[in-house]
Design a protein around this ligand. Structure first.
Ligand code: NAD
Length: 330
């Protein structure tokens, strides 16, 4: 059986990445859409052969409960709306996939987890990197420690966006902010590289374009301290291009660069090991892995708890930055 996926929100990521990736998946396929923009419907129906009865708007999501073509509802709306629609999705009794970052607050994340538990449905967060093979190698090294103890790591993700679109990404209420949007990759990497949860955090935020970034961060730097003594330095920005993960250990180093792009994730280690396993399409792999968890009723690779751990730290990062870099215990 192929799992039927319904995309909620037909914005940039759904239309240019997820829907095309769903044409490459083996275990799932695009069967439904939820949109508040009726003009998008004919093109989507035609391109992906979606029948009238599988087209919904935000107010009719509850009706998906009765649709046998749909097994999963995939939330791909602005971050500040994830909780609202993920909870509605869970209440239909369908499984829930939710984009990163999971939500704006830890409390919202918990409410999504609770709704999925109550409805006995699976919940998985769209951290595509955790399905990418070279990233998996680095995640395994958190346990096997081939280069000894980790001393420090750097995780830097940024794009030089010269003209940021006036979208929800600049709107704090809707979950905008570079730390939420991009910084979460550096944060998640800090956690999967060490395999630990940080015990303290400090952060600074700065902007070179205050007229654009009136309520959200353009650039965030954060430092995490882990129980083993490892220190992570994270940077994220929409004013500067940067894409490297670098891990310095007692007996060597390794790196992935880029570590978070859709394609071309690769790296090397101080002993000459190359991290260069190819992958056809990250999102197709992610969705196939998640579909198999539903088909086989096995634990998901990236559960809601994983998304919530990051969001809790993101909240602490914003708090520390507001306090001018104060070190906060976690
Ligand atoms: P987008 O702005 O292109 O699309 C957002 C969609 O939500 C639009 O179709 C919009 O109409 C809809 N929407 C519904 N209610 C809205 C409201 N009140 N205000 C604004 N828009 C509303 O954004 P996107 O880039 O597609 O991002 C959507 C989600 O996907 C975000 O959570 C983002 O973090 C995530 N994302 C993940 C990745 C990844 O690599 N995993 C990449 C890009 C985006």
């Amino acid at each position: 059986k192929q799992i039927g996926v319904c995309l909620v929100g037909l914005g940039n990521y759904s239309s240019t990445v997820l829907a095309p990736a769903l044409q490459l998946t083996k275990h799932c396929k695009l069967t439904g859409i939820v949109t508040g923009s009726p003009w998008k419907i004919p093109k989507w129906q035609e391109r992906y052969k979606i029948p009238d009865q599988n087209v919904y708007n935000y107010d009719t999501v509850h009706q998906i409960a009765n649709n046998p073509d749909i097994d999963v509802i995939y939330i791909v709306v602005p971050t500040g709306l994830h909780a609202k629609y993920a909870i509605r999705a869970a209440n239909t009794g369908k499984h829930v996939w939710c984009e990163k970052p999971m939500a704006k607050t830890e409390a919202e994340c918990q409410s999504i987890i609770d709704a999925c538990q109550k409805n006995k449905v699976q919940l998985t967060i769209g951290y595509r990197m955790q399905h990418e093979p070279n990233t998996r190698t680095v995640m395994d090294w958190a346990t096997t420690k081939p280069f000894g103890k980790i001393k420090t790591l750097r995780a830097e993700i940024g794009y030089n966006v010269s003209n940021p679109a006036r979208s929800w990404r600049l709107n704090a209420e809707l979950g905008g902010g570079t730390m939420y949007d991009l910084g979460v990759y550096a944060l998640n990497a800090s956690r999967y590289v060490t395999g630990e949860e940080p015990i303290s955090v400090s952060a600074q935020q700065m902007t070179t374009r205050p007229e654009i970034f009136t309520e959200t961060d353009e650039t965030t730097h954060f430092t995490l301290e882990f129980p083993s003594g490892a220190i992570a330095h994270g940077k994220t920005s929409v004013g500067k291009s940067m894409h490297e993960l670098y891990v310095d250990c007692e007996k060597g180093w390794y790196t992935l660069a880029p570590f978070s792009m859709y394609a071309g994730v690769e790296g090397k280690a101080s002993n000459g090991t190359l991290l260069n396993i190819p992958i056809r399409n990250q999102q197709a792999k992610q969705m196939d892995d998640d579909a198999l968890s539903i088909i086989n009723n096995t634990p998901v690779m990236v559960p809601g708890e994983e998304g919530m751990k990051d969001v809790r730290i993101v909240e602490a990062i914003y708090k520390s930055a507001k306090l001018k870099g104060k070190v906060l215990a976690l």
